[in-house]
Design a protein around this ligand. Sequence first.
Ligand SMILES: [Zn+2]
Length: 203
Amino acid sequence: MKKQGRLIVHTGSMFSGKTTSLWRELYRMRIANYKIAAFKPAVDNRDDEKKIVSHDNLELDAMKVTDLNEILAYADKHELDAIGIDEVQFFPNDPTEVIDIFNELMKRNITIVCSGLDMDFKTRPFEIIKEIMPIADELTKHHAICASCGEDAWASYRKSSDESRIQIGSKDKYEPLCRECYNEKMNEREKTKNQITMEELGD
Ligand SMILES: [Zn+2]
């Protein structure tokens, strides 16, 4: 019986176990002798060149690609059953193009397991994730633990005042916070920023 292509999405904040879940899914498929390949965006330079490394150091060989079209080309050359894509929100492809590529892959009976951040550090949704969530067969939103109060975390708080949207980092640059603790810290930050401006004005 031929396996049907499906879309499985793991999303959530940083340190929520998204990559670990992606890895676990692929590992299960590998045991069942699925032919699998894993990919991650070239922009993710945190770890080893070839591996998907989750924060708890589970490793899987992953190819770095700059564009999701490369995955389609790769799948056409190799008879794959499933592919894993880590940090899918970082690909430069237009969200509608992502849907087209995913549909093409699923037409070839390839199952796609994706992991990606739902929101950036300002809690603005990442476009690709926003687009693929409704068409997923399976969707899991993972939660880290709030670094301040121990509730389920909601957002990835950036510790520095760097404003660029993509800033690759780990615990050195981010901490998971629940909605309340996140809003509190952002308010504090806003207050400090205003104070500095007042001082600069010589007030
Ligand atoms: Zn909290």
